[in-house]
Design a binder for this molecule. Structure first.
Ligand code: PHE
Length: 348
């Protein structure tokens, strides 16, 4: 009897799935589930079997009923859709597919790369998982030097290289400087390195993963005026683009200290909201954006370049920070950039 029930169930399911009209489906419902239908016939026969067997078979009958009811309902819906298709109305407006766009940070990277490419810089990208040598040692920061504390570094749990030391997640794009010197070998070098950086920090103005762009120029006779001119050029291109008046953004450099540049500077841009007069965004009229300086002779040497013949400048700062200082982008928390909330992302 158990086998009989199984066969009955399979046969009914197969027929239901192939039914091609609502009438056919209704006939099947009567054949199997109707008052005098097959299932009820089986139920009748249950009276004659022993109590134990009845329990098992009773459950099986119920399961079969549920399965057939479900199949009937599903097939009915399918047939409904098919018949609706026959009524297809070509004048009903279509559903617009969602079209995405580049993320705000990717837009910024493209724009920054374009600005520097216009004046002959070559875009490069170096490893995010880097050796201590390129991130610190070659940049004139010996092991255990306190200057390293600035870059709250993530160390990778991997065996160190005998030549390059520990493995780190690069905390700044300056790690590309010596790599670029090794690639090009003989100056001139005009590099723009835009890449992800990692530091152990997380608050309104810092995310543990962020992007930096790093410029490096090395040639004969390079001096601070070249650096200042390049930064000013960038300020005007980046902050004045799309504005309906003449260029207003300017930059300034202030003395600072980095181990890998001498002299070193911090770079400020005039605030685009108040044009340097001072407002609630900037307070002082200026925004600090990053560091810069003339490449230290020890760094040139580490990259195999003769500091007596060549000199260079370097600068580096955060893509996110640079982008957030643009007019029209007001964000209380930089980390929002990396949320997946479409309501936010769609705005840009
Ligand atoms: N790498 C520095 C930083 O992360 C910035 C810098 C780049 C300074 C190049 C000088 C020259 O803060």
């Amino acid at each position: 009897m158990e086998q009989q029930l199984h066969n009955l169930k399979n046969q009914a399911l197969a027929q239901i799935m192939c039914a091609s009209s609502k009438e056919e489906l209704e006939n099947m419902r009567i054949t199997y589930l109707g008052r005098k239908g097959q299932i009820n016939l089986v139920t009748e026969r249950l009276k004659n079997v022993g109590q134990e067997e009845r329990k098992v078979l009773g459950r099986l009958v119920n399961d079969t009923k549920t399965a057939l009811e479900y199949a009937l309902r599903t097939r009915q819906q399918e047939l409904h859709h098919v018949s609706k298709k026959e009524w297809f109305d070509p004048t009903v407006p279509g559903i617009m597919p969602q079209i995405g766009h580049l993320h705000l940070v990717t837009q910024a990277i493209d724009e920054i790369a374009g600005i520097f490419e216009k004046i002959g810089f070559v875009r490069v990208r170096y490893p995010e998982v880097e050796w201590d040598w390129f991130a610190f040692e070659a940049l004139n920061m010996p092991k255990d030097h306190p200057a390293r504390d600035e870059w709250e570094t993530f160390f990778v749990d991997a065996s160190p290289s005998p030549k390059y030391g520990n493995m780190v997640l690069t905390p700044h794009t300056s790690s590309g400087q010596v790599r670029e010197m090794e690639r090009v070998k003989t100056p001139p070098i005009r590099m723009i390195n835009i890449a992800k950086c990692y530091r152990r920090q997380s608050d309104n103005t810092h995310a543990p993963m962020f992007h930096q762009f790093e410029g490096l120029v090395i040639d004969e006779g390079i001096n601070i005026t070249h650096l200042k001119g390049t930064i000013d050029y960038f300020a005007k291109q980046f902050y004045d683009s799309g504005r309906d008046h003449g260029p207003t953004a300017v930059s300034r450099i202030r003395p600072f200290h980095f181990m890998f540049t001498e002299p070193s500077f911090e770079v400020d841009f005039s605030c685009v909201h108040c044009e340097g007069r001072g407002c609630r965004f900037c307070k002082s009229g200026w925004h600090e954006v990053g560091g810069a300086g003339m490449v230290h002779p020890n760094v040139l040497k580490a990259g195999g370049i003769d500091p007596k013949k060549y000199s260079g400048f370097a600068f580096g700062w955060g893509v996110e920070r640079a982008q957030l200082l643009k007019p029209g982008i007001e964000l209380d928390d930089l980390r929002t950039l990396y949320s997946t909330d479409l309501r936010y992302l769609k705005q840009f």
